[in-house]
Ligand binder design. Structure first.
Ligand code: PGA
Length: 247
């Protein structure tokens, strides 16, 4: 099974670096394929779109946005970027519910729900991030915690497809990853639970948190796992290429 590799650049890089990286992606077959998704900071999306229209060397990888507005229609919402604007640019995926936005931008379930709906109404695929903190993990309450986060999805009426990224907060940017057995357990749990609450929705499950070129190959062997979400390791082109070569 081909697996997804999603690169989340977060608020990093600058125009020169990002254009250079996209040229690199376009020119390397390990990355320039349809199961690779790159999410640069939103401000660079239109530049990237304009620079990657070479008919002789078309891009095959997909482009994701790191966020979209909670407001459904264009209007007087200073600083916001609507789902329609992203869709017009040909964006395929939107990351929603990342723990950094939940914690630092105070995004609540109500906000996340509105964002998922906007994403769907504009025919983009949500990459919905869930994951427990260390305390919840150590108290062995993580499955219940994840279940509650997943329950939000039952409120999206027309959901037909979703990517759920399991990103334990304690693994993000820490260099620590769960064991393969632990990722496997959560992957199967999410799959079974989603089949129970939303049996008609096509679901893909990703793992994210300190994925790098050394651990990606074994993580990607996990049977029901559909791919990985990569943060810091994706900022190094060679490192990212190695990860993508396993997918
Ligand atoms: P990391 O970030 O790979 O740097 O741990 C992953 C993420 O936050 O998506």
């Amino acid at each position: 099974m081909t697996k997804l590799c999603v690169a989340n650049w977060k608020m990093q890089g600058n125009l020169t670096q990002i254009v250079a990286a996209f040229n690199y992606y376009q020119n390397h077959v390990e990355i320039n394929k349809t199961n690779i998704v790159i999410a640069p900071p939103n401000i660079y999306l239109s530049t990237i779109k304009l620079l990657t229209t070479d008919k002789n060397n078309p891009i095959k990888f997909k482009i994701g946005a790191q966020d979209l507005s909670r407001f459904a229609n264009n209007g007087a919402y200073t600083g916001e970027i609507s789902g329609a604007m992203l869709q017009e640019l040909g964006i395929d995926y939107v990351i929603i519910g990342h723990s950094e936005r939940r914690e630092l931008l105070l995004e609540t379930d109500t906000i996340l729900l509105a964002k998922i709906k906007n994403c769907r109404h504009n025919n983009m695929i949500p990459i919905f991030c869930i994951g427990e903190n260390l305390l919840v993990r150590e108290n062995k309450q993580y499955l219940t915690f994840l279940q509650i986060q997943l329950d939000l999805l039952t409120q999206v009426n027309d959901l037909n497809q979703i990517i759920v990224a399991y990103e334990p907060i304690w693994a993000i940017g820490s260099g620590v990853t769960p064991t393969l057995g632990e990722i496997d357990q959560v992957t199967d749990f999410i799959l079974e639970y989603m089949q129970k609450i939303l049996p008609c929705v096509k679901i893909t499950i990703l793992y994210g948190g300190s994925v790098n070129s050394k651990n990606a190959q074994s993580i990607l062997t996990i049977k029901n796992l559909g791919g990985v979400l990569i943060g810091s390791a994706a900022l190094n082109n060679q490192e990212f290429l190695t990860i993508c070569s396993y997918a």
